[in-house]
Structure formats: structure tokens, C-alpha cells
Design a protein around this ligand. Structure first.
Ligand SMILES: C[S@@+](CC[C@H](N)C(=O)[O-])C[C@H]1O[C@@H](n2cnc3c(N)ncnc32)[C@H](O)[C@@H]1O
Length: 260
């Protein structure tokens, strides 16, 4: 819902930002229309003006677009597995049928279809939990790509890397944002600092790790940041984080106290 004044709803801008930082959200969508028939969805979208941006003479008239169909739960013919997400089908023939039925809407779009990297991704959801009707949604944002920092893709290999989703969750719970100063006193391969850098490129991070480079290679860790275009830690200090001198060194690296 785009009504920012309604306290029961959050704005799509806020939802987009939240989605991009939270590894527990796969994607967020704005609901454009809901109905029993594809044609009805098209008529509603035309009437409520949610997609006016993409229409000829609209603000984004040259934006490319695509429509994808997602059938969940009992809608998915594969009846064994009832878990949402796992039991999802995207039958192409039905997708084409839907596009045809909704042509009244799509012929008004100014831009071209782009199946791979469209500016606007539209989705038809069927069989959503708690909703009997078909839903036309517009992708607002995808959640962070946590597999980008999966341990098996990294150069620094240790015995106890934290799983990326756990690293993201810790950063989310700690509300990493802006230029937060973060210390990981048991840094290891720096999974938490990698997640923090993905969430907020301007945060300042320091890791303390007791092991020498033969066990936890600092050069490899830096490479894991730079090869992903992520802001490198201000320092990865070798030492015991219970030692006051080491902790002073960590503070000096960020020019003051840590926020987290
Ligand atoms: C569970 S691992 C951390 C894993 C890390 N989150 C990662 O993703 O790789 C704990 C690390 O803390 C280090 N460590 C243990 N005691 C320490 C201390 N007193 N000071 C600094 N590092 C220490 C260990 O060498 C080990 O690499």
C-alpha cells in the first residue's frame, strides 16, 4: 500500500530497504490487483493506476518488464509437498495464457519485454496461503544474496566459519546500519564482518583473531572482501581479544569506541 499516512502500512521505500538488509526475506512485492480471473486483474491494474508509470506517456514508459507466474500449495499439481516455496510451479503454458488474457493491460506498456533483467518484474501468484484469489504483484526488492559470502566460495578457509544467514541475522538483530563501528573479537574468517559490509558499505569494522596466518590467513580474508567489492575491515588484528593492549589497538583502528 502506497499510503504513507496510514500507520498500519509501511511505505514501499522502507520495505525495499528492509528487504535488502534482511536475509530472512526472499523478496517483497507490492500487490497491484487481486481477483478470480486474469482479465479482472488487468482491469483492476488499469483502474487503480498502480502501473501507470510503465504506460505510454508514463514516467517510466521505456522501462522493460516481464510477467512470471508462481503457483503455490494446492495450486501446484505436485501435491506431495505442501511447504510454500518448496512446492512452487511456474508452468509456461499457463504463463502465456495469462499474458494473453491480460493483454488489455500490457498493450498499454511503452517498454519492451525483457525476460532476464527487466526494470519491472510482475508476478502472478496463485494458491497463496490465506488468499483464494489470484494476485498480481510487482517486485519491490529481493533479499540479500547471502550465497555471495558462502564459505565454500571464499579464499579464507577455516574449520568454524559462521553460516552466512546466521551472520546476517546477527547483524540484523544488532541493527547494523550507516557508519556503525563493529568489533568482532573472535573474527575467524570474518563472516560477520562480510555480512555487515554487505548490509552497510559505510560501516567500519575490525576483527581480532588469535590464530596466526597459517591458520587464519588475513591476506585471504582481505581478498574475500575486495573480490566482492565489499568495504574491507579497518584492521584484522592478530592477538588475544581479552588483552587490553589489543583492544586499544582495535579502538585506534576506528578512532574511538565501537557501537557493536
Ligand atoms: C567460532 S570461531 C569464529 C568463526 C567466525 N565467526 C567465522 O565466521 O569464521 C572463533 C574464533 O575465535 C578465535 N579466538 C578464540 N579465542 C580468542 C581470543 N581470546 N582472542 C581472539 N580470537 C580468539 C579462534 O581462533 C577462532 O578462529
Amino acid at each position: 500500500n502506497n499510503n504513507d499516512n496510514d500507520n498500519n502500512n509501511i511505505s514501499s521505500d522502507l520495505l525495499t530497504i528492509a528487504t535488502q538488509r534482511c536475509s530472512l526475506i526472499r523478496a517483497s512485492y507490492e500487490i497491484v490487483a487481486e481477483g478470480d480471473e486474469y482479465e479482472e486483474l488487468a482491469s483492476q491494474a488499469i483502474l487503480n493506476g498502480s502501473l501507470d508509470d510503465f504506460m505510454i506517456d508514463g514516467n517510466d514508459e521505456n522501462a522493460s518488464w516481464r510477467l512470471r507466474l508462481r503457483q503455490y500449495g494446492s495450486m501446484s499439481a505436485n501435491g506431495k509437498e505442501k511447504r510454500y516455496g518448496k512446492n512452487m510451479r511456474s508452468p509456461l503454458s499457463q504463463e502465456r495464457y495469462a499474458v494473453d488474457e491480460m493483454k488489455e493491460l500490457f498493450i498499454q506498456f511503452g517498454g519492451e519485454v525483457n525476460l532476464k533483467r527487466p526494470d519491472c518484474s510482475l508476478y502472478l501468484f496463485e494458491g497463496l496461503k490465506g488468499r483464494k484469489k489470484k494476485v498480481l504483484g510487482r517486485l519491490l526488492s529481493k533479499g540479500p544474496n547471502t550465497s555471495l559470502i558462502a564459505p565454500k566460495t571464499r579464499k579464507c578457509i577455516t574449520n568454524t566459519p559462521l553460516c552466512p544467514i546466521a551472520a546476517f541475522n546477527m547483524c540484523n538483530l544488532a541493527r547494523v546500519k550507516g557508519d556503525t563501528k563493529i568489533l568482532d573479537p573472535f573474527a575467524g574468517s570474518c563472516a560477520i564482518l562480510l555480512a555487515a559490509a554487505m548490509i552497510s558499505p559505510s560501516c567500519k569494522t575490525v576483527g581480532i583473531e588469535i590464530s596466526h596466518n597459517g591458520i587464519v590467513n588475513r591476506g585471504d580474508i582481505i581478498n574475500d572482501f575486495t573480490s566482492r567489492n565489499l568495504t574491507v575491515p579497518a584492521a584484522i588484528i592478530r592477538g588475544d581479544s581479552t588483552n587490553n593492549t589489543i583492544r586499544d589497538m582495535a579502538r585506534a583502528a576506528v578512532g574511538g569506541e565501537f557501537d557493536l
